[in-house]
Design a protein around this ligand. Structure first.
Ligand SMILES: Nc1ncnc2c1ncn2[C@@H]1O[C@H](COP(=O)(O)OP(=O)(O)O)[C@@H](O)[C@H]1O
Ligand SMILES: Cc1ncc(C[n+]2csc(CCOP(=O)(O)OP(=O)(O)O)c2C)c(N)n1
Ligand SMILES: [Mg+2]
Ligand SMILES: [Mg+2]
Ligand SMILES: [Mg+2]
Length: 357
């Protein structure tokens, strides 16, 4: 099956012309570029575009033991939707770039598209194009998303104010625990099958994250949510990003960090401190942000009313950019940590100011 037959097989008939048209798509998959109408806000309010891209690489973000093809498709789009959520926006369109080695047959990639379109349907995203190439060894999928936000309402990382409450919209560390389980477990045929035992919810969190664009929009609408980020690299890393972008100190209270019972039990059975996965695990795709303290309770109630968790986990203080962990008996600096693609690139200096030209 050649390149063009594959693209047709993966994409044709997945989203109806009416459904696409309702999302402003005038010309979708099949031409040199997609044609979409600039979005209109409710009551003609002006809106702005949000644009983001995220890539997943076989062996770095997944392998065929940790994820099925459909999981890879689902998660690649979900991670992008999470970035739109982290700006307070509504996801709209996606472009999908696939570089596939020969082992990824047309049939296996059809399953990947099943996952992609399942995520697209769940969050109302129109898939309007992409690119397909062969690859020597490993699968790479890169998804570009657009989203919209009422003009001037996007919530940046840089707006945290002293006195704000710090919150997250879901428990942390489940995905990392699920990944640990999957990497530790012996290879099983059909990695898509979700284990029936307690690890099932952890595995599910790893394979099928639940981004929260609705939560992001509810927070952005309030006008009191000053800074927002999504947790891809780990809670500590995201808290550091907020603190540095905003020029503030963030104090996280250990006792308030949301632990899931099954995650904590699994961690302890493995002889690990669940806090490590909570702070440094990553791929949680919940939102972390700061909000005016006097609106935190009401905002939490508004999110919970829509089935979205909301936990206050700390406070913003003035002072040097940094993150502290309060363990009850006083606070200690929290190491930056978390997932970093080039963290092990030793022997290199980021400071190239002395390089000769
Ligand atoms: N190769 C690149 N070229 C330009 N901008 C990039 C590149 N890689 C990352 N960025 C930008 O750097 C910022 C941080 O990226 P990243 O940490 O991957 O964000 P996130 O964790 O939200 O996906 C984002 O604004 C992203 O668009
Ligand atoms: C096989 C495998 N090993 C390790 C991981 C862990 N992991 C890979 S990437 C990542 C962080 C998130 O990915 P990134 O590309 O940094 O997303 P972004 O911050 O750009 O949203 C984590 C925790 C994994 N998911 N699968
Ligand atoms: Mg990124
Ligand atoms: Mg992000
Ligand atoms: Mg990252």
């Amino acid at each position: 099956m050649d390149e063009f037959e594959r693209i047709r097989r993966w994409t044709s008939g997945r989203q109806s012309p009416q459904w696409l048209s309702a999302r402003g798509v005038r010309l979708g998959i099949g031409d040199d570029a997609a044609v979409v109408e600039p979005p209109q806000g409710a009551d003609g309010e002006p809106v702005q575009w949000l644009l983001a891209v995220d890539t997943m690489v076989e062996t770095v973000h997944f392998n065929w033991r940790t994820m099925s093809e459909a999981d890879v498709g689902y998660k690649a789009l979900a991670a992008n939707i999470s970035d739109i959520a982290a700006m307070g926006g509504q996801p709209a369109h996606a472009l999908v770039s696939i570089s596939a080695p020969a082992a990824c047959t047309a049939e296996r990639m059809t399953s990947l598209y099943d996952g992609l379109y399942a995520c697209a349907a769940r969050y109302g995203v129109a898939i309007v194009g992409g690119d397909t190439t062969s690859a020597p060894e490993h699968l790479v999928i890169s998804v570009t998303v657009t989203g919209t936000v009422p003009a001037g309402r996007a919530v940046p990382r840089s707006g945290a104010k002293p006195g704000d409450a710090v919150f997250v919209t879901g428990p942390l560390g489940l995905s990392a625990a699920g990944l640990h389980y999957l990497l530790a477990a012996p290879a099983r045929p059909g990695a898509a099958a979700i284990e029936a035992d307690e690890a099932g919810s952890l595995v599910q969190a790893h394979r099928r994250p639940v981004p929260s664009p609705e939560g992001g929009r509810l927070l952005a609408e309030r006008g009191t949510c000053h800074a927002l980020n999504d947790v891809s690299d780990g809670a500590a890393s995201e808290a550091w990003e907020l603190a540095e972008a905003s020029g503030v100190s963030i104090v996280l209270e250990e006792a308030r960090l949301p632990l899931s019972g099954s995650m904590a039990r699994y961690a302890r059975r493995q002889g690990r401190d669940p806090l490590d996965w909570v702070l440094y695990g990553g791929e949680d795709y919940v939102l972390m942000g700061t909000i005016a303290a006097d609106d935190a309770e009401q905002a939490g109630a508004a999110l919970r009313a829509r089935g979205i968790p909301f936990y206050r986990i700390g406070v913003v203080e003035s002072g040097p950019s940094g993150v502290w962990l309060d363990r009850g008996g006083g606070r200690a600096p929290l190491a930056k940590g978390g997932y970093n693609h080039f963290a092990s690139a030793t022997g290199e200096s980021d400071d190239d100011s002395n390089d000769e030209i």
